[in-house]
Design a protein around this ligand. Structure first.
Ligand code: SF4
Length: 130
């Protein structure tokens, strides 16, 4: 086969986080499209590799400042994963956020964070200061 100069070939490596086996995944892509995944022991690994190559996403877990609460900070997380390249911006937005007690676990503390379509929710109850 003659070398293909017109298309952009790429190979990327990931550690699958789908289960404790931690398979080492190798992805071949042409023009940004995944053409082959190797190293996966199951279907989930292939899906993870394609997702990771085409649209990597991460959950953000942190704490935010609380006013009039029993504790000064509230643990929060994104209700779904956000694009990996927005993680630092989301963390910064949450760093600047202050919420008022009381808060119940699951309450949305910041809706549609930075237009990602993902809400940030409280991961515990936080009562008002006694
Ligand atoms: S490819 Fe399958 S078996 Fe391997 S780590 Fe991922 S989920 Fe586990």
């Amino acid at each position: 086969m003659s070398p293909d100069h017109e298309h952009e070939h790429d190979t990327a490596h990931y550690l699958c986080i789908g289960c404790p086996l931690g398979c080492r995944l190798e992805v071949d892509a042409v023009d940004g499209e995944v053409v082959e995944v190797r190293g996966n022991s199951c279907k989930r690994g292939k899906e993870f590799a394609v997702q990771e190559y085409t649209d990597p996403r991460r959950f953000v877990t942190t704490t935010v400042r609380v006013e009039a609460g029993r504790w000064p900070r509230l643990p929060v997380k994104t209700a779904a994963s956000v694009p990996k390249d927005r993680v630092a911006d989301v963390a910064r937005a949450l760093h600047e956020l202050t919420v008022a007690a009381p808060v119940a676990m699951g309450d949305v503390v910041l809706a549609d964070v930075l237009g990602t379509g993902v809400d940030v929710v409280a991961t515990r109850d936080l009562p008002r200061a006694a």
